[in-house]
Each structure stands twice: as C-alpha cells, then as structure tokens.
Ligand binder design. Structure first.
Ligand code: GDG
Length: 476
C-alpha cells in the first residue's frame, strides 16, 4: 500500500484508536478462535496497519473479554504484523458509554433524530470515563514521534485528553455533522467540541458537514476562518476538511463468487436490492412504503419485480431498534399479504447477516439498488453495489446520504417523499438502456477513482500539511 511508503517516515509510529476491535478472540470448545471483524473501514485501516512498521491499534475488547488482560496482542493472528491493545470496559461502561451515550445520545442527535435522544448525566459520565480509559491506553503506548489517528463519535474527547503527550493527532468523524440548531441541544456540546479540537485535523465526509462544523464552532465563540476552513484553538489552527470515504474497489469489482443455487433469476423478473443494519436512520420503512405505493399504482409490474431487503441485526439491546424491527416486519407482512401469489412474493426480507460471497451475488443480481437513508454520513453500500455490479445497474439514492454529494448520476430522491420515491422505482425499472449505461459508467468511474486508498492518502497528505504549518512560527 502506498500510504506507508509515502508517509511512513514522516509519521513515525502510528496508533489507531477505534471503538470496535479489528480482531476478535473467542473461546470455543476447540480452543481460541481468532476472527477478523467485518466492515469496510476497519478492513482498510487493518490493511494500512499491516504495512506500517511498529503500528499499534487500540480498541475496546468488546468481543474478547478476558482474553488478553490488557496486554498487547499480535494480529493478524496467523501472521502477525502489528499489535492490538484492548481497552477493558466494565458492563456498566458498556451500558452507559456504548449503548447509552454513544448510541442513544450522539447517534440520534447527529442523525437529526433529537426526539429519540436521551440526555442523561449518568451516560455522559460513563462516556467521559470510557474516553479517559482509551486516552490512558494511548498514553501508555505512544513514543516521542507517534501519530495517533482517532475514529468516530464514541471517542470525541480523546484528542484533547492526549494532546500533551502526542505529537500528531488526526480525527475522522464517520457520521454526519449537524447544524448548530441541532448540535446546540447537547448539554455537553462545549466539552465535545473542545475534545475534538485537540486534533490537528478533523475529517468529515462532506463539505456540508464541514460547513455545519464551522458554524457550530463559530456559534460557540471559537475563532473560525471559514475560507481556510480552520478553527483556531489554543495555539493551533485545527483544519476541518471533507474526505469522502471510499471502498476497496478491486475487492468488490473482482470478487470471484462461488456458484450457489441461492440466487436465481425470478422468471425474468427484476430485482431491487437493499442491505442495511436495521437502523432507524437507514429509511427501511420509507423504502417499504414506497415499494407498496409503487405496487398499488403499477399493477403491470406485479409478478415482475421483487424487493430483496437484508436487514442486519444491530444494537439489539436498544429499545428503539427492537420497535423498528417490529414495524419493519409488520410492513413486510402487510405488503406480502396484500400482493403475494403462489408464484411471487414481492418482498423477500432477511433479518440476519449474509456472507461476503452472498453479498456480491446479490449486488450483481440486482437491477436496482435502493438506498434511502433518512440521514447517513456516507453510505458504503451504494459504492459497493456500483463496484460489484458487472453489467449496468440503476441506483436510487437518498439526498441525505453523504454519498449523494459525489454520486449525482444516481436517481437522487428525498426519502420523506414516499410518492416521489415510488415514482423513482418506476423510473429506475423503466429507464432506457442508453441512459442507464451513461449514468452507470460515470458512477463507476467515481467510485473507482475515489477508493479507500485515495481517501487514506488524502487524509495523510492534509495531516502532514497542517502539522507542518502549525509548527512553522508565524512571521512577526
Ligand atoms: C458508518 C456510517 C459511513 C451490512 N450487512 C452485511 C454487511 N454489511 C456491510 C456493508 C457495508 C457496511 O456493512 C455498512 O456500511 P454503511 O456505510 O452503509 O453504514 P454504517 O454501518 O452505518 O457505517 C456511514 C460508514 O460508517 C463509513 O464511514 O459510510 O454513513 O453510518 O460495508 O456491506 N456485510 C456482509 N454481510 C451483511 O449481512 N458481508
């Protein structure tokens, strides 16, 4: 990978800090099983770490309790390339820091679902405590020339906590950044912004998120230079910049799938595909309502099209997610009850994870990808579909996914507008071949050029620039 070759010398020892661990150790009857975690960004960061001499990854050992008692573990397990330090959190931390503040406070607020957000001092204290534990782990492993790259909303306080002991700090925020009117509702907004501003560089997915961030900093009285996209904090300029995350294009484009009988063409019928964590931000209910309206309005399509929806179980211990599951299943039941025939089930719904092999098969079989989040930092699914699909496909994409800022050739829709969404399904299914080809070609080129390596290089390039600028004394 080019990132290490280009930046390795300059950045010294790299420490990555995430909530989720890249490898999980599980005790089984045959001994200890070491599994790689799934997820696009984790895999990309893992690939960089495998190249980086002396890299260390710090993460919560959520799935590997009691395995290593806080020592450094060599990973990947069968051919070690770097070390993993697991932060140990108590069951209380898990409940209040992870399920609580991260998933019931920050997640809803940063996806504009403030009415679902729980503001609890107990959650907040646990969040501070957990962030402190991550920060202490960072302090234990860093050397004089280390660079620390912190990820996501679970760890917003870490940068300022470790500022005194770390040379370079980068942060990437994977979810949207909301306007001041929403952000200001968080009682601990001051601490959160201040925590993040311990970084040299804060990366977000889109220019819209960057504008929102700067607006928040300005409203809170920080000195902001919008033109240069920096917030002045302590004696530094903290750069805020958009780096739309990409995917490992080749992995999806050239994946060889094992033949399996699981996906057959439905009697020449078309397939519309959606796959998401079962999360209220992903617009699954809206998608179902739109498909229902489409079927109501277009009887000629009955028996000719199937919506294949995979919903991956997620945060199942949080109440909102359990309610959503019931609502989604009720809608699927209603649509299938109304329209099914002996030979046709309009919605095929799976509530379980699928293998990578199956994922690729579904992407390739799908005539249309239906991606309708109410709010999404980026959305990797849409990019994976574009990369994996061999022939021409059509993409319906919510304007509220970060990806919409780049992928203008998709059919862009407002997922709140069920009628428009239903019409976009018809338009996608009936799109003339030439138009389809033209749009898809443009989409493929974008996803290919702005892949995960591009993203990583962009981030490191900017980080180096910002760091050097902050070290150069300003002219008298
Ligand atoms: C956050 C932000 C941002 C899902 N089910 C299965 C499966 N997946 C994979 C997909 C894709 C990933 O999970 C989901 O990524 P998304 O980007 O769609 O969504 P979040 O999990 O919410 O991610 C998001 C992202 O961070 C990166 O910055 O884009 O906005 O919310 O890779 O393929 N993979 C397999 N089986 C499944 O059942 N194999």
């Amino acid at each position: 990978m080019e990132v290490y070759e280009e930046f390795g010398d300059q950045f010294g020892d790299l420490v990555i800090v995430t909530n989720r661990e890249p490898y999980v150790h599980e005790r089984t009857s045959d001994g200890v099983l070491c599994k790689k975690a799934i997820g696009g960004v984790v895999s990309a960061l893992d690939a960089v770490m495998q190249q980086w001499e002396g890299g260390i990854w710090i993460a919560w050992g959520s799935g590997s309790a009691d395995f290593d008692r806080g020592d450094l573990v060599e990973v990947p397990c069968d051919s070690p390339r770097y070390r993993l330090k697991r932060v140990k959190l108590s069951p209380k931390d898990k409940q209040f820091y992870y399920l609580g503040f991260s998933n019931r406070t920050l997640w809803p607020v940063f996806h504009l679902f403030t009415e679902r957000a729980v503001f609890s001092t107990r959650y907040w204290r646990a969040y501070q405590r957990a962030n402190r534990k991550f920060a202490s782990s960072v302090e234990e492993v860093v050397g004089q020339n280390s660079s620390v790259w912190v990820h996501d909303y679970h760890l917003s306080l870490v940068p300022s906590m470790v500022r005194g002991s770390v040379e370079r700090i980068g942060f990437f925020w994977h979810i949207p950044w909301v306007p001041w009117g929403t952000f200001s509702k968080i009682p601990w907004r001051e601490e959160i912004l201040n925590g993040l501003l311990g970084s040299d560089l804060i990366g977000l997915h889109t220019r819209y998120h960057v504008r929102n961030f700067l607006e928040c900093a300005e409203a809170m009285g920080y000195q902001v230079d919008k033109k240069r996209s920096v917030v002045h904090h302590e004696d530094r300029d903290v750069k805020i910049k958009a780096f739309p995350v990409g995917i490992d294009y080749q992995k999806f484009a050239s994946a060889k799938t094992r033949a399996s009988g699981s996906i057959r063409r439905f009697e020449g019928g078309k397939i519309i595909f959606g796959i998401d964590r079962l999360d209220y931000t992903k617009g699954i209910l809206e998608r179902l309502l739109a498909f229902e309206e489409f079927l109501r309005e277009n009887p000629e399509w009955h028996g000719e099209v199937t919506l294949l929806q995979v919903a991956t179980p997620s945060r199942t211990r949080v109440e909102e997610y359990r309610t959503l599951k019931q609502d989604v299943e009720r809608s699927v039941g209603r649509i299938n009850g109304e329209y099914s025939t002996l030979n046709w089930t309009p919605v095929k719904y799976f509530y379980h994870t699928i293998s990578f092999n199956q994922l690729i098969q579904y992407y390739r079989a799908a005539d249309v990808a239906l991606v309708t989040p109410i709010m999404d930092g980026m959305n990797l699914v849409v990019k994976e579909y574009i990369a994996a699909k061999k022939d021409t496909g059509v993409v319906i994409l919510s304007e509220f996914a970060g990806a919409a800022e780049e992928l203008e050739e998709a059919i862009i829709v407002n997922p709140y507008d069920i009628h428009a969404l239903a019409e976009s399904i018809k338009r996608a299914l009936e799109m003339p071949e030439d138009e389809k080809k033209e749009r898809f070609k443009a989409l493929k080129a974008k996803v290919k050029n702005r892949d995960i390596n591009w993203w990583m290089e962009k981030f490191f390039h900017e980080w180096a620039k910002v760091y050097n600028r902050n070290r150069t004394p300003a002219p008298e």
